[in-house]
Write a protein that binds this ligand. Structure first.
Ligand code: HSE
Length: 434
């Protein structure tokens, strides 16, 4: 039987899960592939006493894996940018296939990494980096290869979704974040989860694989969930919406939208039912229409499931003589389009606005007049009996789709009115059409 040697770099949450599932399901994987996939070396800076490596060679220097001539596939699970980049580039240079779960690495250094890999004719795959265990990269690059992908939208950070779900049940933000960290869902720096950076890494990769454009993480717009209040969560529900932290990428004339922010989604839509650490990605293709991929977005063995699927693809490439490969981002380099990321002012969205107004006659008319002057159409308006008991009253408005530029101007004018107290709270809304 053919044998393929795998070297695992990093034995944290995902590394440990990958090792355990490879061991447990070894027979099943061999049955599916006809290949004996052997873990031939493991390297990690922090050894684990709960994992029995048996006689597998072990070191604390991850570069030992890359420099081991017997290793065919390097699995990068150390995370971070700099050492991971060096490690992956060194593995490629040594002619090894690479599997990584590192979305930050691919989103930021992917263009450079794929160029180096193409020169050496090696695979670099990253399924586990996007939406954990959900095989959405395979779906977009292969399953939807017949389609022009028009937009992608998803809940792609499990920690953030877990926090919003628990806040809806009345729990405190900080307490739930701590719990998500203890459960191993959060990034080493949890601001990556909470501020949308992790989701923007994943969205950048999805957009490139969907649209065939270079990775442009630095242009992505990110807005976190730390300012979301239980008040807005409750009022969105009254209006028939739920607040989710979405990544949205949309193909537009002359560019793409690439944005992560809290978003009102209709409660009747399937994505509104995606709770806890679960992720879901909607992908709209011109032939197939709207598709949705749903499942665990984080966790040791769930993520290992995706890592191992990539290891199996690489092992098949090692074991076969064919050079026919799925391109790194699903498109041949000459077919990639240089579509820029559009400035945030050019995106189009519906909006939820919460305005704190002084409770006296004519104030609603003034608000409506500012919105109308900027061509903003109101879908619904709700004026709550004052909960502040001090002459101020919350006015909640849901608008039709409008350009962000118009909304920015309108909010500036609203905030300048003497009848308005403080800042206008604005949350974008999405109906998943066009
Ligand atoms: N911190 C990430 C999340 C892990 O919560 O989604 C999976 O990428």
């Amino acid at each position: 039987m053919k044998e393929v040697n795998v070297g695992i770099c990093g034995l944290g949450t995902v590394g440990g899960g990958t090792f355990n599932v490879l061991e447990r399901n070894a027979k099943l994987i061999t049955g599916r592939t006809g290949i004996n996939i052997r873990v031939a070396r493991v390297a990690t800076r922090t050894p684990r006493t709960d994992i029995n490596l048996g006689d597998i060679p072990f070191s604390t220097d991850v570069f030992d894996v890359v420099n081991d001539a017997s290793i065919d596939v390097v699995v990068e699970l150390i995370g971070g940018y700099d050492t991971a980049r060096e490690l992956v580039l060194a593995a490629i240079e040594n002619g090894k296939h690479v599997v990584t779960a590192n979305k930050a690495l691919i989103a930021v250094h992917g263009n450079e990494i794929f160029e180096a890999a193409a020169k050496k004719n090696v695979i670099v795959s990253y399924e586990a980096g996007v939406a954990g265990g959900i095989p959405v990269i395979k779906a977009v690059r292969e399953g939807m290869a017949a389609n022009r992908v028009d937009w992608i939208a998803g809940i792609i950070n499990g920690t953030g979704n877990y926090i919003l779900t628990e806040m809806r049940a009345g729990r405190e933000f900080a307490e739930v974040l701590k719990e998500a960290q203890d459960l191993g869902y959060a990034e080493a720096d949890p601001t990556f989860d909470v501020e949308g950076i992790d989701a923007a890494h994943k969205l950048t990769i999805l957009a490139s694989a969907g649209f065939g454009v270079p990775l442009q993480f630095e242009k992505a717009y990110t807005e976190g969930i730390s300012e979301i209040t239980p008040y807005d969560i409750a009022h969105a529900e009254v209006l028939g919406y739920r607040i989710k932290h979405l990544g949205i990428a949309r193909r537009r004339e002359g560019g793409i939208e690439l944005r992560v922010h809290p978003t009102l989604v209709p409660r009747s839509h399937l994505i509104a039912q995606v709770d806890g650490v679960l992720n879901a990605v909607l992908v709209d293709g011109d032939a197939v229409g709207q598709t949705m991929y749903y499942g665990p977005g984080a966790g040791d063995e769930a993520t290992a499931s995706a890592v191992i699927a990539d290891i199996i693809d690489a092992a098949r490439a090692v074991a076969s003589s064919s050079n026919q490969r799925v391109p790194y981002l699903g498109f041949e380099p000459e077919a990639m389009e240089n579509l820029p990321v559009l400035p945030m002012e050019d995106i189009q969205s519906a909006y939820y606005l919460r305005i704190t107004a002084m409770d006296h006659p004519g104030v609603l008319a003034k608000i409506a007049s500012v919105l109308s002057e900027h061509g903003i159409n109101i879908e619904s308006i709700m004026q709550k009996e004052s909960e502040f008991k001090d002459g101020r009253i919350p006015v909640i408005i849901l608008t039709h789709t409008v350009q962000e530029r118009q909304m920015n101007r309108a909010i500036e004018e609203l905030e300048a009115l003497s009848d308005i107290d403080g800042r206008v709270v604005r949350i974008r809304a999405e109906n998943f059409e066009g």
